[in-house]
Design a protein around this ligand. Sequence first.
Ligand SMILES: [Zn+2]
Length: 124
Amino acid sequence: MGRFLVFALLGGALVYAGMLLAGMFRRRLRREGEQIRARQALLQRQEEALHLPGGSPERPIVIDSPSVVEPKAESVQCPICGGDLRVSEHRAEVIDGARLRVARVHCSMCGDERDIFFQLRSQT
Ligand SMILES: [Zn+2]
């Protein structure tokens, strides 16, 4: 009877340990799955951001004056997290023959950095 009790306890402990391990494994798998989905969602948002107005040199935002570049760029929300964007640099560039204004912005929330492209109406 004493021996049976020891076996029962050992068996119970083993089953319990197995369940704990399985639970840890499941949680880890779920966490990895979430990280992968979060990464995919981030890549997708970055990809979508390229198609927004001003997101690429092919889709510049048309403006009337260079003075609106910075206020316009800062009025855009971060496409990744919805945070506020700050202009760190504003430069003029010629890309594929088009004279563009490029605002380098970074997000004050997630730190994401990107360029927003503008074109003067007089140069379209
Ligand atoms: Zn952000």
